[in-house]
Design a protein around this ligand. Structure first.
Ligand code: TXE
Length: 483
């Protein structure tokens, strides 16, 4: 067996084993081997991380914006300089194609630091003159103190840094936990932070299971805000634990996003983007358009062309440059996705392509699955209502704008929606009425980091991105002076 890669906790600028010497096995999705060990940190490890964060806070919160900005941008530059190493680690830990880790995950993690390094220099307090009352108000935006950041496994470093960069920029200190399924790049980030001169204790990373380490962060009475991305059930549980302590909460949860295609769209662009919005990252992105609705007049053509393109996608080892679909993140997740394919079959869903596990030669124990397209007759079946979070999409037809809008909104989630049309009037009507935090028209996952990001209904509460994130990680304090 190859040498075990041991992840350690990063507390007060140093790397530590968990106090109780408890470890979890880390699996490589591409071949199913255990290749590393991860601390399963206890309450005491979380407490040590909290103490380090608490002691760093008075100085960090008073550090000038220029200095915070300089350090964040330095971290960004170091990530860029280490692109290859980080991309390889991400791909090995998660199963995603190396090409994706190199072009999306790691560059975006670097952008998160650069963006918030710049944004904090533009974030300002407001003032309000109370005309005729001889008074002036000013509103300070002060850092909260010690905050908790908990992130998932699908875009590991990308989503981890999406939280910690604004938290640090705003002057907070952090106790953070990446997913226990994909801890490696967060572990490597510790070294980069030290090299960039981030003062010790500003960022502390504890690894472990959600139910032990994550729970300890959420339950900690002095960790005053929790920013969480993950499953809806976990989000609901976190909200329940945090509410009696009046913690500030930002929850970015699941999605079951509609991709609505009208006959008047730019067809080729729509087709290529729809393949991507269905299967990028093995369909494990909360923004993936997993419910495809196609206007009746182009339904048959779309069905033929789409299935043909999906069949061309290459499932293979993540380290091959020509792989389009890598491995799913874990064995339990593969089984969950398979179980949904079976549910769809029982519900009379017609499998147009895919539906089976794939054996990749030389990596027979890896977690591979064919990209799967299922034709459904009704939007009310489970495969069309519940989040699968894998390379599985449904397609069905619609006749009127009214019908498709109803179906699009008739799920418990409301994260994103995609609309393909060249009609301006329809664009305006539909985008106003779609129940989603994000609507993309004639594109998908085009991101501008200044924009609000998050969902409605069971997709969560709060918004990340731009000044929204900086507002979340600060408390507004109004001072009213009568003169
Ligand atoms: O996520 P969890 P899971 C969806 C997707 C997936 C399902 C479950 O449908 O199949 O959620 O995935 C930590 N207190 N998404 O179970 O458990 C956990 O350790 C504090 C959508 O893997 O929500 C990890 O760090 N923390 C999603 C993080 O929560 C807890 C991305 C997310 O894990 C905790 C991932 C607890 N009690 C899955 N329990 C998206 N929105 O993008 C777990 N955690």
């Amino acid at each position: 067996m190859t040498k075990m890669e041991k992840v350690k906790n990063y507390i007060n600028g140093k790397f530590h084993n968990p106090l109780q010497d408890n470890w979890i096995e880390n699996y490589c999705p591409a071949n199913g081997d255990v290749y590393g060990l991860i601390p399963n940190s206890s309450k005491d490890d979380v407490e040590n991380a909290y103490i380090a964060a608490k002691s760093a806070f008075p100085t960090w919160s008073q550090t000038t914006l220029e200095e915070r900005s300089r350090i964040l941008i330095k971290i960004s530059e170091l990530l860029e300089a280490n692109l290859q190493r980080f991309a390889e680690a991400e791909s090995k830990d998660n199963g995603k194609p190396i090409s994706l880790a190199k072009s999306v995950d790691i560059p975006r993690a670097a952008s998160n630091f650069r963006f918030f390094g710049n944004a904090i220099t533009q974030f300002s307090s407001e003032s309000y003159e109370s005309v005729g009352k001889n008074a002036v108000n000013y509103t300070l935006r002060q850092p909260i103190g010690v905050v908790g950041c908990i992130s998932p496994w699908n875009l590991p470093l990308y989503l981890f840094t999406w939280k910690i960069a604004p938290a640090i920029a705003a002057g907070n200190c952090i106790v953070a936990k990446p997913s226990e399924v994909t801890p490696m790049t967060a572990f490597l980030l510790g070294e980069i932070c030290n090299e960039a001169g981030l003062p010790k204790g500003v960022l502390n990373i504890v690894h472990g299971l959600g139910t032990s380490t994550g729970q300890a962060i959420v339950e900690h009475p002095d960790i005053k805000a929790i920013s969480f991305t993950g499953g809806t059930a976990t989000g609901a549980h976190i909200a329940k634990v945090a509410a009696p302590m009046f913690k500030k909460l930002s929850l970015e949860l699941g999605g079951k996003n509609p991709n609505i295609i009208f006959a008047d769209c730019d067809y080729d662009d729509m087709l290529n983007t729809t393949v991507r919005s269905s299967f990028a990252n093995q369909g494990q992105i909360c923004l993936c358009g997993s419910r495809i609705f196609v206007e009746a007049s182009i339904y048959d053509k779309f069905k033929t062309d789409f299935v043909k393109k999906v069949k061309q996608l290459k499932v293979g080892h993540p380290s091959n440059n020509d792989t389009n679909i890598g491995a799913l993140v874990s064995k339990p997740h593969l089984e969950k996705v398979m179980s949904y394919i079976n549910i769809a079959k029982k519900e009379n869903g017609k499998i147009l392509c895919g539906g089976n596990k794939v054996t990749v030669k030389g990596f027979e124990n890896g977690y591979y699955l064919e990209p799967t397209v299922i034709e459904v007759q009704t939007d009310e079946c489970r495969i069309n209502q519940e989040e699968v979070f894998g390379p599985v999409v449904t397609i069905m037809t619609f006749n009127t704008e009214e019908d498709v809008l109803k179906m699009a909104n008739k799920v418990k989630y409301g994260l994103s929606a995609t609309l393909w049309t060249n009609s301006l009037k329809r664009t305006m009507r539909m985008s106003n009425q779609l129940q989603a935090g994000i609507v993309w028209v004639n594109t998908w996952m085009m991101r501008d980091l200044r924009t609000p990001f998050g969902g409605v209904k069971a997709s969560g509460v709060g918004r990340e991105g731009g000044f929204e994130a900086l507002r979340f990680f600060t408390e507004a304090k109004n001072v009213c002076i009568k003169y």
